[in-house]
Design a protein around this ligand. Structure first.
Ligand SMILES: C[S@@+](CC[C@H](N)C(=O)[O-])C[C@H]1O[C@@H](n2cnc3c(N)ncnc32)[C@H](O)[C@@H]1O
Ligand SMILES: Nc1nc2[nH]cc(C(=O)O)c2c(=O)[nH]1
Ligand code: SF4
Ligand SMILES: [Mg+2]
Length: 253
């Protein structure tokens, strides 16, 4: 089975903060899929959004050396499994599937998750959650899930409200299947507090929320904590946290 890959590397999870389901600071092998249907204006992986332009994928030869080798796309599931095994440093918490949007390639994603689980690793899914029908197909294989709630200011799609409702539905499906799941909201200085209240109402009693400032950070601490307070007021004080893209401050992948 073939898939359009972007890169595979070994690092530590830089996002998620301390809410249940987060793997922040845990060592992971990241499997980045090429291709995405959304266009978040602040996306830090823009070079991988158009899968037809990702002609080859790269994989680390040795963790934290900055050395890569390249293979042409499409990749085979077995090629990716081989690289995962080569990058296994023996201290891997889970395999992170990110992108791009991994659920767009649901069949190879499912095959890969199944193989990796059989090899003894846990699966950590990083997704925009816009396709609940795809999420259904893999939910039983997912151990951890980080599901974005796309804020209006991401300008990810024309149907922003519909997207948010589908993301929440994906969270529901993952939770029902037993995956440790949290929601991640990337906020900007333009984010409206009434939208944060709406997301919090949807997530209340369902999953914890981390609020992650868009990088580069331009939002004030006061505004960030206003979002925090409003979300915690609705969802409960133990169900909200902050998340920062810490890996970017250490210049690691
Ligand atoms: C590149 S996305 C890939 C997974 C999936 N497409 C998604 O959006 O959740 C991985 C994570 O990086 C976050 N991210 C991307 N660019 C960012 C930025 N400039 N600032 C903060 N978070 C960002 C996304 O919100 C998402 O949680
Ligand atoms: N270290 C590290 N942590 C991450 N957490 C989410 C990432 C992503 O791009 O999905 C990411 C990434 O690219 N690197
Ligand atoms: S959904 Fe994820 S990969 Fe797609 S544009 Fe948004 S942040 Fe980037
Ligand atoms: Mg990233």
């Amino acid at each position: 089975m073939k898939l359009i890959m972007a890169e595979v590397f070994n690092s530590w999870q830089g996002e998620g903060g301390s809410v249940p389901g987060s793997a922040f600071g845990r060592r992971q092998i990241f499997v980045r899929f090429a291709g995405c249907d959304l266009h978040c204006q602040w996306c830090d992986s823009k070079e991988y959004i158009d899968a037809s332009r990702v002609l080859q994928w790269r994989y680390e030869i040795e963790p934290f050396t900055g050395k890569f080798e390249y293979k042409p796309n499409p990749a085979s599931v077995e090629d990716v499994v081989d690289v995962v095994l080569r990058l296994d440093t023996g201290d891997i918490h889970s395999i992170s599937y990110t992108g791009g949007e991994p659920t767009l390639q649901i069949k190879p994603l499912k095959a890969l998750m199944g193989r990796v689980k059989w090899l003894g690793f846990d699966n950590f899914l990083e997704t925009h959650g816009g396709f609940p029908e795809m999420i259904k197909e893999i939910a039983d294989l997912v151990d951890y899930a980080s599901v974005d709630i796309k804020d209006e200011t991401a300008r990810a799609t024309d149907d922003w409200k519909g997207l948010v409702l589908r993301e929440v539905e994906s969270i529901r499906i993952l939770k029902e299947a037993g995956a440790k799941t949290y929601a991640k909201l990337v906020v900007t200085s333009e984010t409206k507090v009434e939208n944060v209240r709406w997301y919090a109402e949807l997530l209340k009693g369902l999953a914890p929320l981390v609020i992650q400032p868009r990088e580069p950070i331009d939002i004030s601490q006061a505004r960030l904590m206003e979002f925090y307070r409003e979300a915690a007021r609705i969802m409960g004080r133990k169900n909200v946290g902050l998340s920062f893209q810490v890996h970017k401050y250490f210049n690691v992948l």
